[in-house]
Write a protein that binds this ligand. Structure first.
Ligand code: FE2
Length: 430
């Protein structure tokens, strides 16, 4: 064997188990592997999980916080305006430098699959050119997917459609859109129809910023579901955000959710951003703005949480930590049953990969040797602690390590060393 992880726990509760790796594949999983290995990791009691996946990000804007100024109101619309001020100042070198720094951070956090939207409303396509280069550079360790995203509207700006097609010709993977930002509802509808047709013609995936709004009349997700069914696009389509669904009346939602399930499209909420950008014009009570995660799950829809932003015109926080995203999802939805908190972990691993059209990343014999060793015993503890990534493994090689988090107490008459997991419950939940 090339590498053996000893006595690990898996996300489904199995363990302790040894995981044996040969080359870039998991060769064996059993209670004890009686073999030598070139390297071993003692994972006793630790959770070993598939790498994290972020199916919704904006890598062209990441780490640009404060350029050329800060978002004073904190709103989505000022964020879009601010990005419009920064766009003409972008250079390929600057976009690449920020993106590669972000990718380093992502690897350290065990985040190895990222779908990023790339603005195509700049006639120079600076960010597209830069991120195609970045995709090539990080390919050995990150699956980076690019979405051609007409940030200022497909029909609202002169060259958007032409630029979107140019970006796809250059090798961008996915067709994006923003129907709620078009001038009118009918333009929004037309944009969804056009974008789905482009994707169907070219055999591509679709990922639309859909109804990222508090407007209960913003109902483009209905059109997207219908077009997905009509064109047979199924799991190749994702509706991102869908925050307006929070504000739909229950009767309409009860008609809509089965249409989404029938279409087999994915839904990608972004809890960190949705909870901060939505409901801002409300007085009180104030809407949380997150889509109906529980109801979508119950209908069998693949729901995968995304991060959306890290230190950019829309969000000044973030750290490429998908456990932070899952943690916010648990609170903001809210969903605090044991089953739902475990699901939140699955949402930022397996479900994200499915939304991106990637192979199933579940750790299994014969599967890819891509995994993260977490300083936690199970998925709920990983979410609770935003657990330290002790080791990140890609293609069978350890590509990042972090020291375990340990607190050294120096109190009067007491000196102690604490592992955060010491505070795990000792009794089994009923
Ligand atoms: Fe977004």
């Amino acid at each position: 064997m090339d590498l053996i992880l000893r006595q690990a726990r898996l996300p489904d509760g199995q363990g302790p188990l040894d995981i044996g790796i040969v080359g870039d594949k998991v060769a064996a999983i059993s209670p004890h592997i009686n073999a030598e290995a070139r390297a071993e990791i003692d994972a006793t009691g630790q959770l070993v999980a598939p790498p994290f996946t972020d199916p919704h990000f904006h890598m062209d804007a990441t780490l640009s916080l404060g350029l050329p100024r800060l978002n004073v109101s904190g709103t989505l619309l000022e964020g879009i305006a601010l990005w419009g001020e920064l766009k003409p100042l972008l250079t390929p070198e600057a976009v690449m430098e920020r993106a590669l720094r972000y990718c380093d951070l992502a690897v350290s956090q065990g985040l190895l699959s990222i779908r990023t939207h790339v603005d195509v409303c700049d006639d120079r396509l600076t960010a597209v050119e830069a991120l195609i280069e970045v995709r090539k550079t990080v390919a050995p360790y990150i699956d980076l997917q690019l979405v051609a995203f007409p940030q200022d509207g497909l029909f609202r700006t002169a060259n958007s459609e032409k630029n979107l097609l140019r970006a796809l010709d250059m090798g961008v993977d996915v067709v994006g859109g923003i129907p709620h930002f078009e001038r009118t509802m009918s333009d929004g509808t037309r944009s969804v129809l056009r974008l789905c047709e482009i994707a169907a013609d070219r055999g591509l995936m679709v990922d639309i910023h859909c109804d990222e709004s508090d407007d209960p009349m913003s109902r483009h997700v209905e059109t997207l579901a219908a077009e997905t069914t009509r064109l047979g696009l199924g799991g190749r389509v994702s509706a991102s955000h869908v925050t307006a669904m929070h504000s739909y009346d229950n009767y309409y939602a009860s008609k809509l959710i089965p249409l989404i399930a029938e279409s087999e499209m994915n839904v990608i909420p972004n809890p960190l951003i949705n909870i901060t950008l939505q409901g801002r014009s409300d007085t009180y009570p104030r809407r949380r703005g997150l889509t109906r995660v529980r109801e979508l799950r119950a209908a069998g829809v693949n729901v995968a949480f995304g991060q959306d932003c890290t230190m950019d015109p829309w969000y000044s926080l973030g750290s490429a930590d998908m456990l932070d995203v899952a943690h916010m999802g648990v609170h903001a939805v809210p969903m605090t049953s044991r089953e739902a908190m475990e699901w939140a972990f699955t949402s930022v691993t397996v479900n994200g990969a499915r939304a991106m059209g990637l192979p199933d990343p579940t750790i299994r014999e014969g599967g890819p040797a891509n995994m993260v060793v977490l300083q936690a015993r199970d998925p709920i503890e990983a979410v609770r602690l935003r657990a330290t990534r002790l080791a990140v493994i890609k293609h069978g090689k350890v590509i990042a390590r972090t020291e375990p988090r340990v607190a050294h107490l120096d109190l009067p008459n007491r000196a102690e060393t604490l592992d955060p997991a010491d505070y795990a419950p000792t009794a089994k939940d009923p």
